[in-house]
Write a protein that binds this ligand. Structure first.
Ligand code: ZN
Length: 549
């Protein structure tokens, strides 16, 4: 036993710094979303000044130098599953609850407590595996990954080692148009099930740290990509596509700020044409997709610069942190080679055996996934910009689909959602599920404008009322007497009134200032309280204005 422990301490790289365990500094190693603190920044003073010089020298020739190199990027993503209970016990977990309130002997790792697998995790893993076009293993198992860390009470993490539940898949996506657009396909190496560790909480003075085990035992899926990405934006979009996928599937909220979706990026560069990979650097602390994009592009530039200056030996295998404030990566810890986690099959859990029927039933239960939805929207004649806007958010996509199912015109529905509705959501910082407008009423509104019951202007006014207060289009039209005026005699009366009230402008118009037509039309529209049919209005108005000239 003693020798085993000793061996563990010798091998595990984190234990090279036993004196700093439980200090703030080490805490940052595992809490990727934590804010950085001065100590780790201080140690980086030197590289900071170096990289500044480097970037300045780079500016002119950067593009040409970058073209000589190719970046190889792979991503490991952890997705926290939104199951009601944890992976191997009956504890519920909710983000932000009081420390150590969602715990039991199993997730605290007390001696003698035995894990029981939550079958919901298998369901989530199979669904995500299938969504990622993976082969699902009919028989997989759990393994113990041993390492020592204060937030890991058992001294090991239950994970999957040599036989993951899903492997050899791919994901397809469309890059945003502002980044040049284009369709991409990236390989997925594997998807496996595991449990999360607890969290360390550091006191302000840094004198001691506390452990919160609420997160211990929360189910995770780890998704390992092939090293197929070549730029920051490709990596960021890969991460965003995984987020869309877990949200479409409903297996996770995919919220990066809460740590429900975490990406660790591996990146190396090599001269174009070279087959061997360069030295791999890992970047952590990436808590947004734009951070992924910027961190990778920064790191590519840093490595290319070192390489092209003949300093490629300074690119070492290490973990670097992304500092969002300074917009750069800094050394967190140098790697001493691969860690030996001494995996062995978890003896307290049986193998996970799946039947073909089960996998089929999971496949049949899959919703329409982002890639299929995008292709369908594209075939409906929508532009790629519209397609990406509507399909990127599962709630917006559902709202749009439902509006169409109520008979609304595709392009008009897209325009309303992407225009006034999106603007409202942005201003009020709400999501489409928070607004009171329903798809059926949006379809009704579009129809009412199309068939001439109300004008487009009135439509807009009604829209904002529907969004904020709810109600029905028919009800609002009736209550507010908003039906469009198409009766030409009635409109003519209003035009006569406006022309009589503005003799000077009439004179100017007839003197050649024909732009004033818009002024008159606006006045008549005002007179009609926005209800005059614009077509009828403009026709009569023009006839009248031009009649006596
Ligand atoms: Zn528990």
């Amino acid at each position: 036993m003693a020798s085993l422990l000793f061996r563990g301490l010798q091998i595990r790289p984190l234990c090279i710094y036993p004196s700093s365990l439980l200090t703030k500094n080490v805490g940052v190693l595992c809490c990727t979303s934590n804010a950085l603190h001065t100590q780790s920044v201080k140690t980086q003073d030197k590289p900071k000044s170096q990289s500044k010089v480097v970037t300045r020298n780079l500016d002119k020739t950067l593009d040409t130098r970058l073209k000589d190199y190719e970046a190889i990027i792979g991503i490991e993503t952890h997705v926290q599953l939104s199951t009601i209970t944890k992976a191997f016990c009956g504890c519920a977990y909710s983000y932000g609850s009081e420390p150590n309130t969602d715990i039991c002997p199993v997730c605290m790792g007390l001696p003698g407590a035995l894990p029981v697998l939550n079958s919901k995790i298998v369901e989530c893993a199979v669904k995500l595996g299938l969504a990622l076009n993976c082969k699902v293993s009919l028989s997989s198992k759990f393994d113990r990954k041993q390492y020592f860390y204060p937030d890991l009470p058992k001294g090991y993490q239950i994970s999957q080692f040599d036989i993951p539940i899903a492997s050899s898949g791919f994901v397809e996506l469309d890059l945003p148009l502002e980044f040049g657009g284009g369709h991409r396909k990236f390989g997925i190496t594997r998807v496996h099930m595991e449990e999360d560790a607890g969290k360390l909480m550091h006191t302000e003075g840094g004198s001691h740290s506390q452990v919160d085990l609420n997160r211990a035992g929360v189910p995770l899926l780890e998704i390992v990509s092939e090293p197929d990405m070549r730029s920051g934006i490709e990596a960021a979009e890969y991460g965003a596509e995984l987020q869309r996928m877990v949200r479409y599937l409903g297996v996770s909220n995919g919220n990066m700020q809460e740590g429900s979706l975490r990406c660790d990026v591996n990146i190396s560069i090599r001269p174009r044409g070279q087959v061997e990979f360069g030295t791999k650097v890992e970047i952590k602390n990436l808590n947004s997709f734009s951070a992924i994009n910027r961190a990778i592009d920064y790191e590519i530039t840093r490595q290319v610069e070192l390489h092209s200056q003949g300093l490629s030996d300074q690119i070492v295998q290490e973990t670097r942190l992304w500092e969002d404030g300074a917009q750069k990566t800094v050394t967190m810890r140098k790697k001493e080679g691969l860690s030996d986690y001494r995996y062995f099959p978890e003896p307290d859990l049986p193998e996970v055996i799946l039947t073909k029927e089960y996998i089929k039933s999971m496949r049949d239960s899959l919703p329409e996934l982002p890639e299929l939805k995008r292709r369908r929207y594209e075939q409906m004649g929508l532009s790629m910009q519209d397609v990406l806007f509507l399909a990127n958010d599962v709630n917006i996509a559902e709202f749009f689909d439902e509006t169409l199912s109520k008979g609304a015109d595709t392009k008009l529905a897209a325009n309303w959602i992407m225009g006034d509705i999106a603007a409202y959501m942005k201003n009020e910082k709400v999501s489409i599920i928070d607004i009171k407008l329903t798809p059926i009423e949006l379809a009704e509104l579009i129809d009412s404008i199309k068939n001439g019951t109300i004008s487009g202007k009135i439509g807009k006014e009604i829209l904002f009322e529907l969004i904020a207060k709810g109600g029905t289009v028919k009800g609002l039209i009736k209550d507010k007497n908003l039906v469009q005026i198409t009766d030409s005699a009635e409109i003519e009366k209003m035009i006569d009134k406006v022309l009589a009230e503005n003799p000077k402008q009439v004179e100017q118009y007839r003197g050649g200032k024909t732009k004033l037509q818009g002024f008159f039309a606006g006045q008549v529209m005002k007179e009609s309280k926005g209800k005059a049919n614009p077509g009828v209005l403009n026709k009569i108005l023009l006839d009248k204005l031009n009649a006596k000239s």
